[in-house]
Design a protein around this ligand. Structure first.
Ligand SMILES: [Zn+2]
Length: 481
């Protein structure tokens, strides 16, 4: 395949892709006909997290997790993602060539040590998987039983510019808590960490969080900050984030804040931007507001009362979390910065509310999110930005598709994260080819029909983990399985 294709050929390819996707794969979680935003249909897992941060590299974490399994469990498994940052990790958090930039202060390690586990108030036996990535609680549970786990742990933060660690600008606490593995086909999904891509898969959950830290640290977090009070020289911050895909927390003595409100159709959304170095913070928060309002109109209302945008060194241009997006502190080019803000905001629709399997089908949210960001600029009067995004994606993908055949580049769109050898190859396929797929759909369907189909996808698959088949069904004008 070459990058230069006629529009007719693009439409044909899009149609072929749709048929393949519709035929492929089992449904992960059936989307409903018309779930109403914003509440999930079923009770969600509830995490009560109590963090005590020493201001250096240690966090004592007390977690209570309450959930109701829909099927009998022979054991209970939770991810321990911080252990990807431990010495000798089999799944290091970044590629070898990125280590110097990520570990800005030289080699540094971190992880999470589980100290004790209780189930329903009684001490529970537990094991840690050989690679350190999974906590296995050796307790059975019945279908419909309310399971109450209490997990005491100690987190060691590495010094690094990554999702987890003390970065050059903030303490990045994402994927830091023991998190319930995803159930699929009667088994736990225990996928390992990955040096690139987003190796996370989770059900919608609610979080009630208390953070105690030295007074100088203020928080940017998923959800709403309910209170921030001083207790001696310690600041106690209470946070609530309900019905979100995951919970992220950033602490810094240097955060400045600018706020605004977005009209998301169903209500007002408080938009907070926490930053430390931005030449135009008001412009940045206005951009996030505009993106929320545009996507709410295009796909369906943003369902949460707040959205937080945070600037930090995170080892990527940006990163998405429940009701929060991070934008990389080293993104200096203003156009790239603006595109990143809109891309990460679009993830609230494609990742946050409508989940997908980022490990087996990463194009499903990255391709759609990259396209949504470009589409935002087109719809708000910047056709040049849309055209540039399309031509950049074509050029980036062409670097790989033009490689000699003997190298064996696989340009299959729907392939798992583990099949990619490099971050560049992943970007070329999941982002660029994925984005071009939706661009081709837009050319063939028109803006109105595509918006209607994606609004149907959003409404029918809200708060589930949607399969490629669910997406294909919505694009074909039907949400009936
Ligand atoms: Zn993304």
């Amino acid at each position: 395949m070459t990058a230069e294709r006629s529009s007719l050929r693009r439409c044909f390819l899009a149609a072929v892709c749709l048929l393949l996707i519709a035929a492929a794969g089992a449904m992960l979680a059936a989307c409903s006909d018309a779930s109403s935003l914003p509440s999930p249909d079923l009770p969600v897992p509830v995490y009560d997290l109590d963090l005590n941060y020493d201001g250096e590299r240690t966090v004592a974490l007390s977690e209570e997790l309450v959930f109701t399994p829909s099927e009998a469990l022979a054991d209970i498994r939770l991810h321990l993602y911080p252990n990807a940052f431990s010495e000798g990790s089999a799944t290091p958090p970044c590629a070898e060539e990125e280590r110097d930039a990520v570990f800005y202060n030289g080699e540094s390690f971190g992880g999470i040590a589980v100290l004790s586990v209780e189930k329903d108030g009684k001490t529970a036996d537990f094991d840690i998987s050989e690679d350190g990535g999974i906590l296995i609680v050796n307790c059975v549970a019945s279908a419909g039983e309310t399971v109450r786990l209490r997990i005491e742990s100690e987190i060691t933060l590495p010094e690094c510019n990554a999702r987890f660690g003390v970065s050059e600008s903030a303490v990045n606490l994402t994927a830091f808590y023991p998190s319930l593995c995803f159930r699929q086909d009667g088994a736990w999904r225990t996928d390992a960490y990955s040096p690139f891509g987003d190796p996370f898969l989770s059900d919608i959950s609610s979080f009630y969080v208390t953070v105690t830290a030295p007074e100088r640290f203020t928080a940017a977090a998923s959800g709403g900050i309910l209170s921030s009070t001083l207790l001696g020289e310690r600041r106690v911050t209470k946070i609530s984030a309900e019905n979100v895909r995951d919970f992220a927390l950033f602490l810094s003595p240097d955060f400045k804040k600018v706020s605004a409100f977005a009209d998301a159709g169903d209500g007002r959304v408080a938009v907070d931007y926490r930053y430390f170095d931005d030449p135009d913070p008001s412009g940045t928060v206005r951009l996030a507001v505009s993106a929320i309002e545009t996507f709410s109109e295009l796909f369906g209302a943003y369902p949460y009362p707040s959205f937080t945008l945070v600037q930090t060194h995170i080892g990527a241009a940006g990163m998405e979390y429940g009701a929060l997006a991070a934008v990389g502190a080293d993104v200096r080019d203003r156009e790239t910065f603006r595109f990143t803000v809109v891309h990460e905001t679009a993830h609230q629709w494609w990742f946050g509310v409508v989940g997908s399997d980022q490990i087996l089908h990463p194009w499903q949210d990255e391709g759609l999110t990259e396209f949504s960001a470009a589409w935002y600029f087109l719809l708000t009067g910047d056709a040049a930005a849309y055209d540039a995004a399309v031509s950049d994606a074509r050029a980036y993908l062409a670097r790989y598709t033009s490689l000699p055949a003997e190298i064996g580049f696989d340009d299959t769109l729907d392939r798992p994260l583990s099949s990619f050898l490099t971050a560049g190859e992943y970007t070329a396929v999941a982002y660029c080819k994925g984005m071009l797929f939706f661009h081709a759909l837009r050319v063939s369907m028109g803006d109105a029909a595509l918006s209607e189909a994606l609004a149907d996808y959003y409404t029918s698959c809200a708060f589930t983990v949607a399969s490629p088949a669910d997406l294909a069904l919505a694009l074909q004008g039907s949400s009936t399985p």
